[in-house]
Design a protein around this ligand. Structure first.
Ligand code: SAH
Ligand code: SF4
Length: 424
């Protein structure tokens, strides 16, 4: 069949969709670019906030009405369970986030209301790739064993499963043979890789193993937690230039009271200690974060604590989310008592702070030379080329390069989200 996958949500979903595309192609189906051409459309859904779920379900409802074969996969399926067919009566099949490997078999069965939740299954097809460029995502850790009070991810993605190191290494070696130069290792709390199996420092050791692969120029990973910023991880940063000096280190809040209620397992001071450790090692170490505004009971004082923490940590970028109660989570039992308007106001304040802070931080890089991996023509200005430095900062310059090669560039100007470079 001619098929198309639409993806909503996080990088984990982007990766799962890629795997589905590769599995479908291997089963003899043809991937097409436009909805009009497709005979089968699969929507990969998110449910981390209600709005995200509504978008994916709304899109699926529309597709069902077109008469094409329609499937829904991902986190919203697991949350809705059998109700998915009440919400979407014309849906042909639905698979949970750990069951995407079953899609080719389901499609072959001419499905009607087929539901595979997958629960705590070890997903099949995790290593299926259709290599498209010089970058690839690699899932190393599935699921999440943390139980942050607001988060539905552990309910929908199930318990942690760390893939065997040999399997991951074989996958990365094969990607590199096919032209990949940069991998991003994925896990909800990726530094917990191996933790459930009682292994200590399993993640730094996985990194060290992957650093032995010739031709693999960059390794990134996401998301991190301060408890994983160990001396062993620092040793890996110090020893291997391939490991990019950027961490996405979601903090969620700067108030100790809220952090405790959220069950984040660190205090403000412990978080900042991890930040200092990384920045003492390399002052240009890039840090990005996630913040939730309007958590139940968040006062002005709590919010100001978040603002000051963000300033102290000096985040290079941040993603701000308005609290959305998720059914079945601990915090859903608390009144969602911060008004919509106040959540929006706090959101805007943090965005403005970040804009100013991002600009100030980027200005400090003017005059430095950054190792930039070329990606392609800049989206905003086709006459310029665009790439990223090790800190994941976007750098644009007048010139051209082969995508996937590393170019040293001198930074001559800075904006909040972009650096302007010059060839040397
Ligand atoms: N595994 C990642 C986060 C996955 S969810 C980690 O723990 O680091 C991505 C982000 O969505 C979270 O960091 C959080 O900021 C936000 N988020 C999760 N649940 C939310 C909710 N109920 N309301 C608003 N934002 C939420
Ligand atoms: Fe959700 Fe917390 Fe797990 Fe992240 S670590 S996926 S926020 S429960």
């Amino acid at each position: 069949m001619k098929f198309l996958v639409h993806t909503y949500g996080c990088q984990m979903n982007v990766r799962d969709s890629e795997a589905v595309e590769a599995l479908m192609i291997a089963a003899g189906h043809e991937k097409v670019e436009s909805e009009a051409e497709a005979e089968l459309v699969i929507v990969n859904s998110c449910t981390v906030r209600q709005k995200a779920e509504d978008k994916a379900v709304g899109k699926t409802g529309y597709l069902c009405s077109t008469g094409k074969m329609t499937g829904l996969m991902g986190c919203a399926v697991k949350r809705l369970g059998a109700d998915v067919f009440k919400v979407l009566p014309k849906l042909d099949f639905a698979v949970g986030p750990r069951a995407f490997g079953m899609i080719p078999r389901i499609v072959a069965s001419n499905p009607h209301h087929v539901l595979e939740l997958g629960d705590d299954l070890v997903p099949e097809g995790l290593d299926a790739h259709e290599v498209k460029g010089f970058q690839a995502f690699v899932t190393v850790l599935v699921g999440c064993d943390n139980r942050c009070s607001y988060c539905i991810v552990p309910d929908v993605r199930g318990h942690e499963y760390s893939r065997p190191e040999d399997e991951i290494a074989a996958e990365v070696e094969s990607l590199v043979r096919n032209g990949v130069k940069e991998v991003c290792l994925l896990g909800q709390s990726v530094l917990r890789y191996g933790a459930r199996d009682g292994k200590k420092d399993a993640f730094p050791h996985l990194l060290e193993r992957l650093c032995q692969i010739p031709g693999l120029e960059r390794i990134r990973f996401t998301s991190a937690h301060p408890s994983g910023c160990t001396d062993e991880l620092l040793r890996i940063y110090r020893t291997y230039p391939q490991v990019c000096r950027h961490l996405h280190l979601p903090v969620q809040s700067g108030s100790d009271r809220i952090l405790k209620e959220m069950g984040r397992r660190y205090t403000r001071e412990e978080y900042l200690k991890a930040v200092r450790k990384l920045r003492d090692f390399d002052p240009e170490f890039a840090l990005t974060t996630d913040i939730i505004v309007g958590y139940p009971g968040e006062t002005d004082e709590d919010f100001e604590a978040t603002r000051s923490l963000m300033e102290e940590a000096g985040f290079d970028n941040s993603f701000v989310f308005k609290y959305s109660p998720r059914p079945g989570t601990r915090s859903a039992k608390l009144p969602d008592d911060v008004s919509k308007e106040e959540k929006e106001r706090r959101n805007q304040v943090l965005l403005a702070d970040q804009e100013a802070r991002g600009l100030a931080r980027n200005r400090k890089l003017v005059g430095t030379v950054r190792e930039v991996m070329a990606e392609g023509p800049s989206k905003r200005n086709k006459a310029r080329f665009s790439g990223r430095d090790g800190g994941n900062r976007i750098v644009v310059w007048e010139g051209e390069a082969v995508p996937g090669t590393i170019v040293p560039l001198r930074i001559v100007d800075a904006h909040a989200q972009i650096l302007i470079g010059e060839t040397i």
